[in-house]
Ligand binder design. Structure first.
Ligand code: ZN
Length: 243
């Protein structure tokens, strides 16, 4: 089975609409979304509608849960909080109905999926080798998929020797047959690894291959929508730099 893994779309419809044709061109059986479909960005309802149409599986992320009111907004700092409060005011009944039943963790044969990590599916950030190591120890799944950090990552379990690998820039190809892996596809709608292009991961579970992909999108169009919505300017500016 070939799967397109997307995460952290964050209401950025132009980024999502650039990724979906690339996913179609790659010929996948399913799309899996690791959460944070809303929050930060200007088009939460349209992003929920696209994900609902296209994804066979979708997790809840911390932003989705805050927007739904399932987590208090005080858990967020300034810009994230302002954007979550704005999203609450525009969220459609259909988008709410889509988001409400979602949970932050799931399993598929040979794969476990988390928004954050196996240690804390909602909040834990896997951004260091140590946390990657702890995360791999917390499960025995051959492939562990995580989102949340907005940084594309591929870490291989080396047992007592910790982990190997790290950042997974565009074009990174991994052989999953050689061990257990923790993979983060990066973020569709707000990348933070220095590459502003929308990120996604092609996972071929039969061939045991992972391929990290990036797609250019119209950053200026999303920024213009954010300014019209009066979302925090710093959130618009960071999209241009991918940080
Ligand atoms: Zn996120």
């Amino acid at each position: 089975m070939r799967v397109a893994v997307v995460s952290d779309i964050h209401g950025n419809l132009h980024a999502l609409e650039a990724v979906l044709p690339a996913v179609d061109a790659a010929g996948v059986d399913e799309v899996w979304c690791l959460g944070d479909t809303v929050g930060y960005g200007p088009r939460p309802n349209e992003c929920c509608a696209r994900v609902r149409e296209r994804a066979a599986l979708c997790l809840a992320g911390n932003h989705d849960l805050v927007v739904l009111g399932a987590i208090p907004v005080d858990d967020f700092s300034g810009d994230a909080s302002a954007a979550a409060l704005w999203t609450q005011t525009v969220l459609s009944p259909e988008a709410r109905e889509f988001l409400e039943p979602l949970v932050p963790a799931a399993k598929r044969p040979g794969v476990e999926l988390f928004h954050g990590s196996p240690r804390d599916p909602v909040w834990d950030y896997v951004l260091s080798e140590q946390v990657g190591c702890w995360s791999l120890r917390a499960t025995d799944a051959p492939v562990v998929l995580v989102g949340h950090s907005h940084v594309a990552l591929g870490l291989r379990d080396l047992g007592d020797d910790g982990v190997a690998g790290g950042l997974a820039p565009a074009g990174t190809e991994l052989d999953l047959a050689c061990g257990r892996w923790l993979l983060n596809p990066g973020s569709v709608g707000q990348p933070r690894d220095g590459d502003p292009r929308a990120a996604w991961l092609l996972l071929d579970l039969d061939a045991q291959r992972a391929s990290f992909r990036r797609v250019e999108y119209d950053v200026a169009a999303t920024q213009a929508e954010m300014r019209t919505a009066r979302l925090p300017e710093s959130l618009a500016l960071r999209l241009a730099h991918g940080e």
